[in-house]
Design a protein around this ligand. Structure first.
Ligand SMILES: Cc1cc2nc3c(=O)[nH]c(=O)nc-3n(C[C@H](O)[C@H](O)[C@H](O)COP(=O)(O)OP(=O)(O)OC[C@H]3O[C@@H](n4cnc5c(N)ncnc54)[C@H](O)[C@@H]3O)c2cc1C
Length: 462
C-alpha cells in the first residue's frame, strides 16, 4: 500500500521539493533525522545566497543576464568539468526558482547589488534580508507547516530504501531504534553530503581533512549509501566547498564580502600568499597550507560598514574578534607580525586600488579601494562547509545507474547529488550549494507531478 506520493529525506533544501510537490496536489512526508535541524543543517547555516539568471529582480535593477551567461560562468569556473546535464538544468531553472521562492513560498527575496561575487559575471546572487540561511529555512518551514499536504516526521532517520514496481519503501528509525516503513510513489534523497564523516572526508577530499568542519552534523553520507543500495551511480566525490574565512574566535563566517570590498588576507607571518579574488572555496586549502594553518583578514572602517549587511559578520564583529589599530605598524604589533612586512603588503594592494599598477605581488588586479586607517584584522581558519559530489542525476533530478538509466521513483538533490562544481574546491561559485539543494528538489517535484515530462527513457527497477 502506498502511504503518500513523495517521501523527502532531509528538511534542508529538500523542503523546497516538498512545497513544490504539495503545490502540485501531491501528498508528502518529510523525514528529518536531526531534532535541531532548524539551526543545524547547512541550509540554516548558510548565507542564503541563491543565484538566479534573468530574474525580475535583476531587470528592476537594470542587470542584463541569462541562463546561457550563467552557464558560461559555471563552465569557466570549473574549467569545463561541471556535470553538463545538471549545470544546464540548474542554470536554466535558476530564475524561475528565485521568483517561485518569492511568489510561491512567500520569502522576502531581494537582490543585493552592493558587491560582486568571484566568478559571477553578473549580479545574480539573490538573498533574504539579513542574508542568513536561518531566515531562508524558517520561511520554507513556515510554508511547510501551513500546508495540509505535508507531514514532517522528526527526529526520524532514513536507514533503508527499497524500490519496486509499485513505488518505494523507506525505512525510518527513531533515536531509540524503533523502525517503521513509509511507502510512496517516490523518494527524494536530500540528506546533504558526507562532510561530517571524517573517514569519507579523508578518503575523498584529503587536502581539507584537517580543516574545521563547519556544516550539518548529520551530513554523514546517508543519501549516498541509500542511493547506491538501489543501484545508483555517483561521481565528483572529490568536490567540496571550502571557506577561508571562518573566524577563529567566533567560529562564525567573517564573509568574503570583506575581501571583495578591498580587504586582504595575510598569513600568520603577515604575508599575502595568493590573489583573494579567485574565490573563497579554493582559498581554504591555500590557507590550510600556510604556517599554522591560520591567517588574518585585514579591513578598514568602510569595509566594516559595508559588511554589516551580513548577520554572520555582525556576529563576528559583536563577539569582539576584530582587532583595531590606528595604523599598519600598530596593527602589526597587535597581530605579532613584522611591521615592515604588513605595511609593504598593504601598500602593494593600495597601489592597485589607486591605479598605480595593474596587479600586485600576488597577481590581484581588482582592489575596490585602498585600506585607510584605522585598520582592523580578524583571525581566520580554513573550513570545510560541505561536500559537493554525490549521486548522479539527470535534468529532472532522477537518480541514474551506472548505465545512465533512471532508477524508478528515486530522486536526489543538494549535497546528496553530483552538483555543478566539477572537481576539487576551485569550481565552487557562490550559490552552487543552495541552487542544487533547492533547484534539484523543485525539478524532482515537477517531474513527479508530470509538470516537466522526461524524454522517453527506460527506467530501471532494481
Ligand atoms: C556557513 C555556510 C554558508 C553557506 N552559504 C551558502 C550560500 O550563501 N549559498 C549557497 O548556495 N550555499 C551556501 N552554503 C552551502 C549550502 O548551505 C549547502 O550546499 C546546502 O544548504 C545543502 O542543502 P542540503 O539540502 O543538501 O543539505 P542540508 O541543508 O544540510 O539538509 C539536509 C538535511 O538532511 C538531514 N538528514 C541527513 N541524513 C538524514 C537521514 N538519513 N534521514 C533523515 N534526515 C537526514 C539533515 O539532518 C539535514 O537537516 C553555505 C554553507 C555554510 C556551512
Amino acid at each position: 500500500m502506498v502511504d503518500t506520493d513523495l517521501v523527502v529525506v532531509g528538511a534542508g533544501g529538500g523542503l523546497a521539493g516538498a512545497l513544490r510537490a504539495a503545490e502540485h496536489g501531491l501528498d508528502v512526508v518529510v523525514v528529518e533525522a536531526d531534532e535541531h535541524f532548524r539551526r543545524g543543517n547547512n541550509t540554516a547555516m548558510s548565507t542564503a545566497m541563491v543565484p538566479g539568471a534573468g530574474t525580475r529582480f535583476q531587470r528592476a535593477a537594470g542587470i542584463d543576464d541569462s541562463p546561457a551567461r550563467f552557464l558560461a560562468d559555471v563552465e569557466a569556473k570549473t574549467a569545463g568539468e561541471a556535470d553538463p546535464t545538471v549545470a544546464r538544468a540548474l542554470t536554466a531553472v535558476s530564475a524561475e526558482l528565485v521568483e517561485w521562492l518569492a511568489d510561491g513560498v512567500g520569502l522576502p527575496i531581494e537582490l543585493p547589488v552592493d558587491m560582486d561575487y568571484p566568478g559571477h559575471s553578473a549580479r545574480r546572487v539573490h538573498s533574504v534580508p539579513g542574508r542568513h540561511g536561518s531566515s531562508l529555512l524558517r520561511g520554507l518551514l513556515d510554508a511547510v507547516t501551513a500546508s495540509d499536504r505535508i507531514d514532517l516526521l522528526c527526529p526520524a532517520r532514513a536507514v533503508g530504501l527499497e524500490v519496486g514496481d509499485a513505488g518505494v519503501r523507506v525505512t525510518v528509525e527513531d533515536p531509540h531504534g524503533g523502525r517503521e516503513d513509509v511507502s510512496a510513489r517516490a523518494v527524494l534523497l536530500a540528506t546533504n553530503g558526507y562532510g561530517a564523516d571524517p573517514g569519507l572526508v579523508a578518503q575523498h577530499v584529503g587536502e581539507i581533512a584537517d580543516a574545521t568542519y563547519h556544516g550539518s552534523e548529520f551530513a554523514r553520507g546517508d543519501g549516498l549509501r541509500l542511493g547506491r543500495s538501489v543501484g545508483g551511480a555517483d561521481g565528483f566525490l572529490d568536490a567540496y566547498q571550502g571557506h577561508a574565512a571562518l573566524s577563529a574566535a567566533a567560529r562564525t563566517l567573517v564573509t568574503w564580502t570583506t575581501v571583495m570590498h578591498g580587504g586582504v588576507v595575510v598569513d600568520a607571518d603577515g604575508r599575502r600568499f595568493a590573489d583573494e579574488t579567485v574565490g573563497y572555496s579554493e582559498f581554504a586549502a591555500l590557507l590550510a597550507a600556510r604556517p599554522g594553518a591560520r591567517g588574518w583578514v585585514v579591513l578598514d572602517q568602510r569595509i566594516d560598514a559595508l559588511s554589516q549587511a551580513f548577520g554572520d559578520y555582525r556576529d563576528v564583529a559583536g563577539s569582539g574578534a576584530l582587532r583595531w589599530a590606528d595604523d599598519a605598524e600598530e596593527l602589526a604589533a597587535r597581530l605579532g607580525v613584522a611591521p615592515g612586512v604588513l605595511a609593504a603588503e598593504l601598500a602593494d594592494a593600495a597601489a592597485v586600488a589607486r591605479g598605480e599598477q595593474a596587479a600586485d605581488r600576488v597577481g590581484r588586479t581588482a582592489v575596490e579601494a585602498p585600506l585607510t586607517p584605522p585598520l582592523a584584522a580578524v583571525e581566520i581558519v580554513p573550513a570545510l562547509f560541505h561536500t559537493q559530489g554525490g549521486l548522479h542525476v539527470d535534468e529532472h533530478a532522477r537518480l541514474l545507474d551506472a548505465a545512465g538509466r533512471p532508477v524508478a521513483g528515486v530522486y536526489a538533490s543538494g549535497g546528496a547529488a553530483v552538483g555543478m562544481s566539477g572537481h576539487g574546491a576551485a569550481g565552487y561559485l557562490a550559490g552552487n550549494g543552495l541552487l542544487p539543494a533547492l533547484g534539484l528538489a523543485v525539478l524532482a517535484a515537477d517531474h513527479l507531478a508530470g509538470v516537466r515530462p522526461a524524454p522517453a527513457l527506460q527506467e530501471v527497477h532494481p
